[in-house]
Structure formats: C-alpha cells, structure tokens
Design a protein. Structure first.
Length: 90
C-alpha cells in the first residue's frame, strides 16, 4: 500500500495507479469525510441545476409526449398554444 504525504494547505497527491483503479480523472470531485478516525474520499458528480430541475420534472411526470415524430410534437405544441389563448385570464 503506497504512502502519501500531506503537503502545505493540506494537499495530498493520490498515486496514478490508485486513481486508475478508482476510475478517477483530472478534475473529478471527491467528497472527504472523517469516519471513525479515518479519512474517506468518495467520488461525486455535480449536476447542473437546470439538469437537476429537468430530471425532477421527469420523476414527477411533468413531461409531454412521447411523440412518434417531430411533426406530432409540433402539432401538440400548437394545440396547447391555442388552448392558452382561448382560456380567460383572471
């Protein structure tokens, strides 16, 4: 098991072989935790807020479609637009 040294500002360099085994690349994010006297590093991914909101919409069923073609989708959009224009405003 290779040893690593803590540098200034608490920096640690992980051995390349260890990064390769863990599937880590330059720029990846790791969550650092202290658990029972041991420091654990867990790979994390950051999801853009807009993507996260879109995924939440999908989970909650706030989606249109599926459509069998682009033409069907456009027709549905036109239909929804007409409904909005007809609806009385309060």
């Amino acid at each position: 098991m290779p040893l690593v040294a803590i540098k200034t500002k608490g920096q640690v360099t992980l051995p390349a072989a260890l990064c390769a085994q863990a599937g880590l690349s330059v720029g990846d994010l790791l969550e650092a935790k202290l658990e029972r006297g041991k420091i654990t590093l867990t790979p994390k991914s950051v999801v853009d807020r807009a993507i996260a909101e879109g995924l939440e919409d999908i989970r909650k069923g706030r989606v249109f479609g599926p459509f069998s073609s682009a033409k069907d989708m456009i027709e549905d959009l036109h239909h929804r637009t007409k409904k909005r224009k007809r609806a009385p405003r309060s």
